[in-house]
Design a binder for this molecule. Structure first.
Ligand SMILES: Nc1ncnc2c1ncn2[C@@H]1O[C@H](COP(=O)(O)OP(=O)(O)OP(=O)(O)O)[C@@H](O)[C@H]1O
Length: 234
C-alpha cells in the first residue's frame, strides 16, 4: 500500500524570539510528520511551545531555522507574500477566542475572506457552510447577538468553507462550557470528516486528545511523545 502524502513535514525546526540581548528559544530542533487526512492532538504544559509551533506551521510566524513543508509548499524558503499566497484557501484556523469581525454578520464573516480571495460564489458557500454547522437561522446576526458556542460555529464555518487541506485548532473549546464544548468538538470532527482535511488540534483535555487518531506531546520546544490513540473516534 502506498503511504498517503505528508500534509506537514518539519525537520530540525527552531524558533527564537525576543530581543537579541535576551533571545528566547521557543522551538528547539523539532521534527514532526503529519500525513494527509490525519487527526492529531497536540498536548503539552503551558509554555511548551504549542501555539508557537502552530503559528509556524500555519505560516503566521517564520521559523528561525530548519525545514518545513506544508501542503506541498516549502514554508522555509518563502517570503511573507508567498506565505500568504500559500496559506490562502489551504489552511483554516480556529482559535480559542473566536476572532469574528464585530461589524460583520455571521454570513459576512464567513463569506468575506473568500470574496477577498476571488471566490465567485462566496456568499452561497458561506450560507451552505453555516447551514452545515446548524446556523442557517442566524445568517444575518452579528457576533454580539450570538452565544459563545454559536460564535465558534461561525468560526468553524469560516475555517472550513474554503475547503482547506489543513485545519489548525488552538483550544477551540477553551472559552466554552463543557456541554457546548462537546457539541463544538463533535461538529468540528464531523465537518473535518466530510471534507477529509488534516486536523491538528491543541488541547489541554486529555480525554479530547484521545478522540484524535494520534497524540503528540511537547515539552520545552520539542516533541517528547508521539503515540497512536487507542480510542480514536474522529
Ligand atoms: N514574542 C515572543 N517573545 C518572546 N517569547 C515568547 C514570544 N511568544 C511566546 N513566547 C514564549 O514562548 C514560549 C511558548 O509559548 P506558546 O504560547 O507557544 O506556549 P503554549 O504551549 O502554546 O502555551 P499555552 O498552553 O499556555 O497556550 C513561552 O515561554 C512564551 O512566553
Amino acid at each position: 500500500m502506498t503511504k498517503p502524502p505528508l500534509a506537514i513535514s518539519a525537520r530540525n525546526l527552531t524558533l527564537t524570539l525576543g530581543i537579541a540581548a535576551a533571545p528566547v528559544e521557543i522551538l528547539r530542533g523539532l521534527d514532526l510528520d503529519i500525513a494527509s487526512g490525519e487527526v492529531v492532538a497536540l498536548l503539552g504544559a503551558s509554555g511548551s511551545g504549542k501555539s508557537s509551533l502552530m503559528a509556524v506551521m500555519s505560516g503566521l510566524e517564520r521559523a528561525t531555522s530548519g525545514a518545513l513543508m506544508v501542503a506541498g509548499a516549502d514554508f522555509t524558503s518563502m517570503d511573507e507574500d508567498a506565505l500568504a499566497q500559500a496559506r490562502r484557501g489551504r489552511i483554516g484556523i480556529v482559535l480559542q477566542a473566536f476572532h469574528l469581525l464585530p461589524t460583520m454578520t455571521a454570513a459576512e464573516n464567513v463569506a468575506t475572506p473568500m470574496e477577498l480571495h476571488g471566490v465567485a460564489d462566496a456568499r452561497e458557500r458561506a450560507v451552505d457552510e453555516l447551514k452545515a454547522v446548524g446556523l442557517g437561522h442566524r445568517l444575518d446576526h452579528y457576533p454580539t447577538q450570538l452565544s459563545g458556542g454559536e460564535q465558534q460555529r461561525v468560526a468553524i464555518a469560516r475555517a472550513i468553507a474554503p475547503r482547506p487541506e489543513l485545519i489548525f485548532a488552538d483550544e477551540p473549546t477553551g472559552n466554552l462550557d463543557a456541554a457546548t464544548g462537546k457539541d463544538i468538538i463533535e461538529l468540528l470532527f464531523a465537518r473535518r470528516a466530510e471534507t477529509g482535511a488534516t486536523l491538528l488540534m491543541i488541547t489541554h483535555d486529555r480525554a479530547l486528545a484521545e478522540r484524535c487518531e494520534r497524540v503528540v506531546t511537547m515539552a520545552d520546544g520539542v516533541i517528547v511523545s508521539d503515540t497512536a490513540s487507542a480510542s480514536a473516534a474522529a
